[in-house]
Design a protein around this ligand. Structure first.
Ligand code: EPU
Length: 419
C-alpha cells in the first residue's frame, strides 16, 4: 500500500495542465456499448476508475487498446456477456451506467446493485423508475438488478430530484428507444452535456443539452466516432485551492473557466486574484491569507458538492468564521475528524460544517477515505506546519491523475512511498 508524505508550509507556484474529466469519460465509455463500431476517446485521464470501467466492459466482451498517452480505442459493439458482476461493480458506483446502454442495445441486463458508500446510501431508485417508464421490466433480487425490455419506448420522464448518473442512464437508453423521450428536471452538469455531444456525434438526436429539459428522439443505431473528452473541472478547481491554501499563485491550462463560475466566484471571495482566458485560469493570492467563505452546495450551476471538502480545508486556516452546508449527499463529512486532528476548529451541525479559522494547522498521520475527502487532506497537509502522512492513497488515484507529480511541478514537497 502506498502513502503520501507531505512537508507542508510551501506556497505553490507554477503552471499545470488539467486532465480530461473523469465524470465525462465514465459515461462515454459505457456509451460505447450503444455503438455498432469502435470509439476512439481522446483526453481520457489515467485513473483507477477508468481502469475499473475498462475491466467491467472487458468482462462483458469489449476490447480496447490504449493508443497513446490519453487516447483509448474501445470496441464494445458486440457484448458476449450481459452481466455486470458484483466484484467489479462494488468498487465503483458509476458502474450503474452500464444498465441503460445494455437495455437499449440488447433488451436485457443483469447488473449488481452498487451498494452504499462513504458519502451516503446513494440509492438507484430514480434510475430504475425512469427505465421502467421507458418500457423496461425491472426486478431486484439477490443483490442484482434484472432488467428486460421487448423494446424501449420513449416517454416523459420527470426526476423528483436532480441526479447526474440517472439523467445519463436515461439519455443513453432513450437514444435507441422507439419515439421521443423528454426528461424534465434533468441534471445540467457539464459532464452530462459532454455525454450528449458525444452521443450526437455518434448519430443520436438529443436537444436541450445543458438545460433542465432534455429531449431525445430515438434512432435505429449509433456509430463509433472519435471524441475529445472535456477537461476535469473538479481536478482543476482542487489545484486552484491548493494554491489558495498555501498563499501561492498558479496557472491551470486546458481547462474551462465557464464551467467553473461558482467555484471561481468563491475563490474571488476568499481574496484571490483570478484571471481567465478561453481555456486558462490563473490564481494569485499575492502572499495573502485567505478570507473565510460561506458555501452551500447544489446542483450545477451552483457550487459543486465535489469541491465541498477542499473548501472546508481552505476555511480551516482562513481568516474568520464560516459555514459550509452540504445539500447533495447526507454523509459527505469523512474529512472533518481528520482535519480536527490537524488542529482545525470544526463542528458539524446537521449538514452544516461550522468553522472558526485558525492561524495554522499541524501535520499529522491521516487516513484517506473517499475521493474528495482525501483531496482535502492533501490540501490541508500542503498548508500545515510539519509532516503529514496520508494512508490509503488509492482513494485519490480514482480521481486525480498522478497527484503528487502535478503538485511537485508546483513546488510542493510531496512523495509517494510504499509501506
Ligand atoms: N439519488 C437518489 N436516488 C437515485 C439517484 C440519486 O436518491 O436513484 C440521490 C443521491 O443519493 C444524492 C442525490 O440524489 O443524494 C444526487 O446524486 P446523483 O445521482 O446526482 O449523484 P451520482 O450521479 O451518483 C455524480 C458524480 C459524483 C457527484 C454527483 C453530484 C459521476 C460518476 N459521479 O454522482 O461524483 O458528486 O454526481 O454532482 O458522475 C466524485 O467525482 O467524487 C463524485 C462522487
Amino acid at each position: 500500500m502506498y502513502k503520501l508524505v507531505i512537508e507542508g508550509g510551501k506556497p505553490l507556484h507554477g503552471t499545470i495542465k488539467s486532465a480530461g474529466s473523469k465524470n465525462s469519460s465514465l459515461p462515454i465509455l459505457f456509451a460505447s456499448i450503444l455503438a455498432d463500431s469502435p470509439i476512439t476517446l481522446n483526453n481520457t485521464p489515467h485513473l483507477s476508475d477508468i481502469s475499473t470501467t475498462l475491466r467491467l466492459l472487458m468482462s462483458m466482451g469489449s476490447e480496447f487498446i490504449l493508443e497513446s498517452d490519453s487516447s483509448l480505442f474501445i470496441d464494445s459493439s458486440k457484448l458476449t456477456n450481459l452481466v455486470a458482476d458484483y466484484n467489479l461493480v462494488k468498487t465503483m458506483r458509476a458502474s450503474i451506467l452500464v444498465l441503460g446502454p445494455m437495455l437499449a442495445k440488447y433488451g436485457e441486463a443483469k447488473v449488481s446493485l452498487p451498494g452504499g458508500c462513504a458519502i451516503g446510501t446513494r440509492p438507484v431508485n430514480f434510475h430504475l423508475k425512469a427505465l421502467e417508464e421507458l418500457n423496461a421490466t425491472i426486478e431486484v433480487k439477490n443483490g442484482y438488478i434484472y432488467a428486460k425490455s421487448e423494446g424501449l419506448v420513449g416517454a416523459n420522464i420527470h426526476f423528483d430530484q436532480v441526479t447526474v448518473t440517472a439523467t445519463e442512464n436515461v439519455i443513453m437508453a432513450a437514444t435507441l428507444a422507439k419515439g421521443t423521450t423528454t426528461i424534465s428536471n434533468a441534471a445540467q452538469e457539464p459532464e452530462v452535456s459532454d455525454l450528449c455531444f458525444c452521443l450526437n456525434k455518434m448519430g443520436a438526436k438529443i436537444s436541450g443539452i445543458g438545460t433542465s429539459t432534455i429531449t431525445i428522439e430515438g434512432v435505429k443505431n449509433l456509430k463509433g466516432v472519435q471524441y475529445m473528452v472535456c477537461s476535469d473541472r473538479i481536478e482543476a478547481a482542487t489545484y486552484l485551492v491548493a494554491a489558495a491554501i498555501t498563499s501561492g499563485s498558479i496557472t491551470v491550462k486546458n481547462t474551462n473557466p465557464q464551467a467553473m463560475r461558482s467555484v471561481l466566484g468563491k475563490l474571488i471571495e476568499i481574496g484571490a486574484d483570478i484571471k481567465t482566458e478561453k481555456d486558462t485560469i490563473s490564481l494569485d493570492m499575492k502572499g495573502r491569507r485567505a478570507k473565510a467563505v460561506n458555501i452551500k452546495t447544489g446542483t450545477y450551476p451552483n457550487f459543486p458538492t465535489d469541491m465541498q471538502a477542499q473548501f472546508t480545508a481552505l476555511n480551516t486556516i482562513a481568516d474568520g468564521h464560516s459555514s459550509i452546508t452540504e445539500n447533495i449527499f447526507e454523509n459527505r463529512f469523512m474529512h472533518i475528524p481528520e482535519l480536527i486532528r490537524m488542529g482545525a476548529d470544526l463542528s458539524l451541525e446537521g449538514n452544516t460544517v461550522v468553522c472558526k479559522g485558525v492561524k495554522s494547522l499541524t501535520g499529522a498521520h491521516l487516513m484517506a477515505t473517499d475521493l474528495r475527502a482525501s483531496a482535502s487532506l492533501v490540501l490541508a497537509g500542503l498548508a500545515a506546519k510539519g509532516t503529514t502522512t496520508i494512508e490509503r492513497v488509492y482513494h485519490l488515484d480514482r480521481g486525480y491523475e498522478t497527484i503528487e507529480e502535478k503538485l511537485k511541478l508546483l513546488g510542493a514537497n510531496i512523495e509517494r512511498v510504499q509501506d
